[in-house]
Design a protein around this ligand. Structure first.
Ligand code: ARG
Length: 589
């Protein structure tokens, strides 16, 4: 369905052309003075110079052409040359009823769907999920759903970190604790036990312990490095242990991501890219892309236009070991081979920006991607505590995601129980749903690249720009509809939306009519915060309308049906939007 702004612009284009003015000036925007008008066109101001006329003269020419046009209700030229106007109520009503009938609520599916891989989540195996991974999961999931809604072919890849030093640390610590384990017996030739020699709880205790030890004990650290290298070189016992670590850890991660309503099509890992490395390195060497710098193999990636220093991209360390870079480049090779994506998007902490710049440049320079393959780094800021410093637990430790979710759910549960209208059981279930909205909306409503302050009280408030407020609004609509259908058994057609009878009703319709435009823009800019801003505005418009209108007690049956049709559409748009953001609304709260 065409965007409403485009339909309006078409009218202006005709008018500009009929008056002999360049149609490039026929640009329409939403009014920045909603007290005066709904939309405006400032083209006459810009055209004045070219036509050596006073802007108001041009504005008057255009207004004269458009007066009586069925798209407008009021259109005037205002000094020094603005054109202010409102939309015709019938035109607006037709537009929103049309939108209500459409599968995607008026949003166009892209004409050239792209194959997009979203690299997000990025948890590290064997390390507990902490709040640092929250943002990648929450933002990445929204980006994925937005692009899918727009008609693209999107695949989410969790890209687990499973190949680094943390593996060597765990293996080394385990060897100290349980040297008798068969995995450490070099003479063992048979198969290894199917059962892991640790639980997830033990695993999560082992890693921090080993990590702390490595900071103090150089010998231990060296042993861990050696173990990592041996693992990477194919030590059988270590590989079997690594497989156990993966299994135990992935089962736990899936549970955590499930709780966040986040899911991945691909559970690929850094290790999956390893087989692609030897050939890739050989190719880079043969093609003359590499040079040796202090023993290491590097590719220069700086460009003449750089204003800051971009260091070379290191491919192999002087001891021949591979690095994070090598893995990411090999992952690009793997993705190109298996999926031929048009676009790869990385949702990662913005502190990795320079790193990704190097990797992208290296991939382009060496031709690992097609010239038209897009590579995008979507860096997000830090989630800070109320003190403005990176989020910590009360005693200063790293906050685990599970605990954070528990804290939020408790706060919501207490609020729900204050009302005392539901059973404890129901309150608990509802608190989970509402808590997730608090957490996700609290994050997504900020521009992703910015740092933000995590504030349980504010995020869980039922008023203001919060997830719970949005859900509360949806629940309110559900409740009105429930009451209506208790007494009326025929379904209402969306086409029964009426011509708006009040400014509140019209305002709600104007906001609804902008849905497709907003989505298109949010998708284009990878900006979930724009969906949040819209949803908040729509919820506000609905609530204003609700307070000013007697919906269920309206006596005129057609008008009443019109209201029901309108709020049904409002609910659909709100629900579609939060579904894209990655959370849902309960039936009651
Ligand atoms: N595991 C990494 C970390 O915790 C994030 C991975 C991001 N994705 C990537 N392709 N490098 O920092």
């Amino acid at each position: 369905m065409k965007k409403i702004i485009d339909l309006i612009t078409e009218q202006f284009i005709n008018a500009f052309s009929q008056c002999g003015y360049d149609t490039a000036y026929a640009k329409v925007t939403i009014s920045n003075r909603p007290d005066l008008c709904e939309y405006q066109c400032n083209g006459a101001m810009a055209a004045a110079k070219q036509y050596k006329k006073a802007p108001i003269v041009i504005a008057n020419d255009i207004v004269e052409k458009l007066e009586g046009n069925s798209v407008f209700e009021m259109i005037t030229a205002v000094n020094p040359g603005f054109i202010n106007f409102n939309l015709n109520s019938g035109f607006l009503k037709n537009y929103v009823s049309e939108m209500a009938k459409e599968e995607f609520l008026g949003c166009e599916q892209t004409k050239s769907p792209k194959k997009i891989i979203i690299d997000y989540g990025g948890a590290n195996v064997a390390k507990p999920l902490h709040v640092g991974h929250l943002r990648s999961a929450v933002i990445g999931e929204a980006i994925k759903r937005m692009n899918r809604f727009a008609g693209n072919d999107v695949t989410g890849d969790v890209h687990l970190g499973d190949w680094g030093l943390q593996m060597g640390l765990i293996i080394t610590e385990l060897k100290l604790r349980k040297p008798e384990l068969v995995y450490f017996n070099e003479n063992h030739a048979g198969v290894y036990p199917a059962e892991a020699p640790f639980t997830i709880a033990e695993l999560e205790e082992i890693y921090p312990c080993a990590n702390a030890k490595s900071k103090e004990d150089e010998e231990f650290k060296e042993a861990a490095r050696m173990a990592t290298l041996e693992l990477q070189n194919g030590n059988r016992g270590y590989l079997a242990l690594w497989q156990h670590i993966l299994n135990v850890s992935i089962a736990d991660l899936k549970k955590n991501y499930d709780n966040l309503n986040v899911s991945f099509e691909l559970w690929k890992k850094e290790s999956d890219a390893q087989p692609y490395i030897p050939e890739m390195v050989q190719y880079m060497k043969e093609q003359g892309f590499t040079r040796i710098s202090e023993g290491a193999l590097v590719v220069d990636v700086k460009e003449d236009s750089d204003t800051k220093e971009i260091p070379p991209c290191m491919i192999l360390k002087s001891n021949g070991a591979t690095l994070y870079n090598t893995t990411d480049l090999a992952t690009i090779v793997e993705r190109m081979k298996l999926f031929q994506p048009d676009h790869i998007v990385y949702v990662v902490d913005k502190r990795q920006e320079l790193y990704f710049e190097q990797v992208f440049r290296c991939a382009r320079k060496t031709g690992l991607v097609q010239p038209d393959t897009e590579l995008t780094f979507l860096g997000f800021g830090t989630m800070n505590g109320k003190d403005g410093k990176p989020f910590k637990t009360r005693d200063g430790g790293v906050m685990r995601l599970e605990n954070l979710i528990r804290e939020i759910n408790e706060a919501v549960y207490n609020k729900i129980m204050e009302n005392r209208s539901v059973t404890e059981e129901e309150a608990k279930e509802t608190a989970k749903i509402v808590g997730l909205s608090a957490l996700k909306y609290g994050d997504l409503s900020n521009q992703a690249s910015k740092d933000y302050i995590f504030d349980v009280e504010r995020f869980t408030s039922f008023e203001g720009n919060t997830g719970p407020y949005i859900l509360y609004t949806i629940v309110r609509i559900k409740s009105i509809l429930g009451k209506y259908y208790e007494n009326n058994h025929e379904t209402i057609e969306q086409t029964e939306i009426c011509i708006p009878g009040s400014e509140f009703e019209k305002s709600l319709m104007l906001t609804l009519a902008r849905f497709n435009d907003m989505i298109e823009n949010a998708v284009e800019e990878f900006a979930p915060h724009k969906i949040c801003a819209y949803v908040y505005e729509l919820a506000n418009e609905f609530n204003k309308f609700y307070h000013e209108t007697k919906i269920l007690t309206e006596e005129n049956p057609d008008k009443k049906k019109g209201y029901i049709a309108l709020i049904t559409l409002t609910k659909a748009v709100l629900e579609q939007s939060i579904h894209i953001l990655g959370f849902e609304a309960p039936d009651r709260m």
